[in-house]
Design a protein around this ligand. Sequence first.
Ligand SMILES: [Zn+2]
Length: 271
Amino acid sequence: MGYEIKQLWARRDRYTAGGNSKKYIVVHNTASTASAYDEARNLHNNPGRSSFHYTLDGEDIYQCVHDYDTAWAVGKWSGTVAYIRNNESISIEVCSPGTEFTQAEKDQLRWLVHDLMSAYGIPASRVVRHWDCHSGRKECPKFYAGSNNAAWTKLHAYITSGEEDEVTDKDIAKIAQEVWNYQIGSEGKMHYNNTPAWQHLSFAHYDTARLYQGMTDTSDPTGRDVKMDDHDHIKWLAAGQAKQNEVLDSIVETLASIKGEVESLKANKAE
Ligand SMILES: [Zn+2]
């Protein structure tokens, strides 16, 4: 069901607030052996003149700058001509010393690129390398830099061909189990707590769970009560009857509408 994007925000003095038209996605390598967490922590803790939106290492994905903010990632140096600017691009740093990306990194990159392409209507032709951004031709990502780089052609085809996440029966069983595992509190009511299980539920998981429970309250999930009546409903879900196709269809439909809402919220926020 996709990957989790962790957030560790960059210091306010190393990016420009707002202004990003999000027309391009730019792929970089970090040119170091540091992990994504190390890279994110560096932006979070230390002053500096560069930044990026996302970093990934095959294990974790961190976001450090909001998509609508302008990271300092592809700026040209003097005497060179800019083709793609910071304020029209979302930069992804792959943690790599300059060698070929690992399969795990390629898979994460493909997922993230697909997500961003869908969110902002970015075509594959605007998924580029740092190397493509100005006439100074920064050797980044190193393994994939240069004209007619066959490795880049192949990587580009791969990372721009991602697919939508599908909700599987296994996902639903997992959601049901997580919902079922929530603690039963006082007064015979089940309470949503800040359990690790809850924290790992994505927004989409949450709404899927809500759909199944027949609840109408869409307010903040924490601290919210669920009626005892819902237990049978949840049990029913956990028992696997949710495998019926019509139910699956309605989940997919609901997720799609939620995604649409989130995207329009994102777009509004960016303006
Ligand atoms: Zn770069």
